[in-house]
Design a protein around this ligand. Structure first.
Ligand code: PMP
Length: 349
């Protein structure tokens, strides 16, 4: 009895399936269908990484390249093992007031899990009936705020002036804007970092840079906030970023041409897929991400999900209040989306 009382009890975040079969169409975890930059692959093939030694604890080569890319100071950049690591570190560092932190009720499932893990009180703010974040609902006393922009899994983008209104209304608490999908939309809150010292913007290499397997995330904020994050990180694990992640991250940032060409392809496929899904009787918020959150007007989400799986097409479904009929469909290549549409036509008759 005593032992069990001393053991931390947590309900973990459940990520999308990573099936081992190769003959499937995998549209369930918002991965990029294209390979990372050829510069990354070249580096992996040719480079003799110095694995005998510890990597730079500050990952300074990478923070310097990110700073240059975004025209900020290196001291304003913090990196981690995916943005999950960066956001978890932010929760640990900044959400300590004992007051509830706020995040949207339909949003990234990990926020609730971190809040529970770190015993941070939280309040989930409902979206409106069209899945929109309503800024004024966040103009209340809080211990911090976090939301993705665009939001996940809805895909909806919140215009920058509305993001700013949320940041401006809570000058004494930290606001994290999780921009995991911002490259597919534009309208980043990064310029606001110079104006507001209570703002952190997080980013990832997992989606738009096609490097989910390398685990690289980062955030940008004031020098003061970043210095706090580093102190907390160095109280926990000095070497979060591997030598290979640091070097390949730099290589990816150096190849803007490839980056923009794959972004363009994904956005074009997304817009074509939206038109076709509409014709098949699906409704969806107007996604500005690399996925579409769609619900059929007459057939249940569960049924479509299961039928697609039988055809070896994996999409994501959340068994949660108000969204259980929705499927979150990652944008794959044109060929993958055409096959999805063919199978959907068969399923829907
Ligand atoms: N934020 C959001 C909204 C996400 O969907 C994800 C991906 N699951 C992440 C953060 C974390 O991504 P990563 O750790 O791969 O950077």
């Amino acid at each position: 009895m005593i032992l069990s009382e001393n053991i931390r009890s947590v309900v973990p975040y459940v990520p999308g399936e990573q099936p081992t079969e190769t003959d499937i169409i995998k549209l369930n975890t918002n991965e990029n269908p294209y390979p990372p930059s050829p510069e990354v692959t070249k580096l992996l093939h040719n480079r003799d990484f110095s694995l005998r030694k510890y990597p730079s604890p500050e990952a300074s080569e990478l923070t310097s390249a990110i700073a240059e890319y975004h025209h900020v100071k290196q001291e304003q950049v913090f990196v981690g093992v995916g943005s999950d690591d960066v956001i978890a570190m932010c929760f640990l560092s900044f959400f300590n007031s004992g007051k509830p932190i706020l995040f949207p009720k339909i949003s990234y499932g990990f926020y609730k899990v971190w809040a529970e893990l770190y015993k941070i009180p939280y309040r989930q703010i409902p979206l409106d009936e069209d899945f929109r974040i309503i800024p004024k609902d966040y103009f209340i006393e809080n211990g911090g705020i976090i939301f993705p922009n665009p939001n996940a899994p809805t895909g909806l983008f919140l215009p920058l002036e509305q993001v700013e209104s949320i940041v401006a209304a809570s000058p004494d608490t930290l606001v994290i804007v999780d921009e995991a999908y911002i490259d597919f939309s534009g309208g980043s809150a990064l310029p606001l970092v110079e104006k507001y010292d209570n703002l952190i913007v997080t980013r990832t290499f997992s989606k738009s840079r096609s490097m989910a397997g390398m685990r690289i995330g980062y955030c940008i904020g004031s020098e003061n906030l970043i210095s706090t994050l580093n102190s907390v990180k160095f109280s926990y694990n000095s070497y979060t970023m591997s030598e290979i992640a640091i070097k390949t991250g730099v290589a990816s940032l150096g190849d803007d041409k490839y980056f923009h060409s794959t972004l363009k392809k994904i956005i074009s496929t997304r817009e074509k897929t939206k038109a076709e899904l509409s014709k098949l009787g699906f409704d969806f918020p107007d996604s500005r991400t690399n996925f579409i959150f769609a619900k059929h007007r007459s057939v249940s989400g569960k049924q479509i999900f299961e039928e697609l799986k039988k055809k070896k097409i994996y999409v994501r479904r959340f068994d949660a209040d108000g969204i259980s009929d929705y499927l979150r469909i990652t944008i794959g290549t044109d060929e993958e989306m055409n096959e999805l549409l063919v199978q959907l036509k068969n399923i829907l008759g």
